[in-house]
Design a protein around this ligand. Structure first.
Ligand SMILES: NC(=O)c1ccc[n+]([C@@H]2O[C@H](COP(=O)([O-])OP(=O)(O)OC[C@H]3O[C@@H](n4cnc5c(N)ncnc54)[C@H](OP(=O)(O)O)[C@@H]3O)[C@@H](O)[C@H]2O)c1
Length: 286
């Protein structure tokens, strides 16, 4: 059965896509994980294009410093909401406080994320839960809270930060890579669901980026292949969010080459190579 698209529906779609965000000037963007690394760079890039900001992470002091710096350098309005996004009630509180203060979030940047390195059976349940909760549940919950308003206003966007890990099974980062596969698939599906609504969804897939991430995860720096700066990754992500017609984008030539080559390779070869790259030297401890 073919679905007939009426002229009226076509007009609505064209009108909605003509309202798609084309510039960051004057928008309000909420960035999670804005106290460090890619999130901090994202906030700077947004501010440099005239976007007002709501910065979220646990570390209130770092957020305040960053907000003050952005206010002075770029003259944009910046607000900080310190919150542990692993606590569901804090995500709801964040949403409620934003509504109560009369802000409209035009762009949600779901960036906060973390990894724990090492064999799965040697990891604690707390480490696994922390990754699943922050990388998957918090991102999904925040999207669920903010996206309906954007659809209603026929304007806005969600930029989710996944990783090249989302395309690969990675021994010793098994849960982390699986969470990023979720982010990638979830975002690409939403991209299709939101097409024609005036709301843009984009999934940024960075490879190794020079931030606190590896140290926090317990990954030694020798494992950092083709490292990029957080500023370059953030600039790429926002540019693609605004102008790419695609649901996702991989940062960097070598990262793209690696992922495309893996797509043509047998799966067991991929996992053998990523296993070599992220070999831990530790025996799985039960
Ligand atoms: N660096 C890389 O090589 C790389 C590569 C691919 C993808 N990524 C992805 O990029 C994103 C950003 O990572 P990054 O490299 O910028 O790491 P980062 O420098 O460690 O930054 C992580 C951010 O997340 C925040 N955060 C951590 N736990 C949180 C929680 N429970 N609630 C609220 N905020 C929390 C941290 O702030 P507080 O400590 O103040 O809470 C920090 O601002 C992550 O999703 C990561 O998976 C990173």
């Amino acid at each position: 059965m073919t679905v007939q698209v009426t002229t009226k529906e076509k007009k609505v779609k064209t009108w909605a896509s003509s309202r798609m965000m084309r510039s960051l000037q004057g928008i309000t963007a909420l960035v999670t994980g804005a106290s460090s690394g890619i999130g901090k760079a994202m906030a700077r890039e947004l501010a440099s294009h005239g976007a007002h900001l709501i910065l979220v992470s646990r570390n209130a002091q770092r957020l305040e410093q960053e907000a003050e710096d952005l206010r002075i350098r770029f003259g944009v309005a910046t607000h900080v909401f310190p919150a542990d996004l692993n606590r569901p009630e804090k995500r709801q509180e964040l949403f409620d406080r934003i509504l109560a203060q009369g802000f409209t979030v035009d762009l949600l940047v779901n960036n906060a994320g973390l990894a724990h390195y090492g064999p799965f059976v040697g990891s604690s349940l707390e480490e696994t839960d922390e990754m699943l909760t922050l990388n998957v549940q918090a991102l999904t919950h925040l999207t669920r809270l903010f996206l309906p308003g954007m659809i209603e206003r026929k304007k806005g966007g969600v930029l989710n930060v996944a990783s090249t890990a989302g395309f690969q099974p990675i021994p010793n980062l098994s849960v982390y890579a699986a969470t990023k596969a979720f982010v990638l698939n979830f975002s690409e599906a939403l991209w299709e669901e939101c097409r024609g609504s005036g709301v843009r969804i984009f999934c940024l897939c960075p490879g190794n980026t020079l931030t606190r991430f590896h140290q926090a995860a317990g990954i030694d720096r020798q494992r950092m292949f083709f490292s990029a700066s957080a500023a370059d990754v953030a600039r790429f992500g926002l540019k693609k969010f605004l102008h790419s017609g695609r649901p996702s984008g991989i940062y960097g030539f070598w990262n793209k080459l690696m992922i495309y080559a893996e797509r043509l390779s047998p799966r067991r070869l991929t996992v053998f190579v990523t296993g070599l790259m992220y070999r831990s030297g530790k025996k799985p401890a039960v």
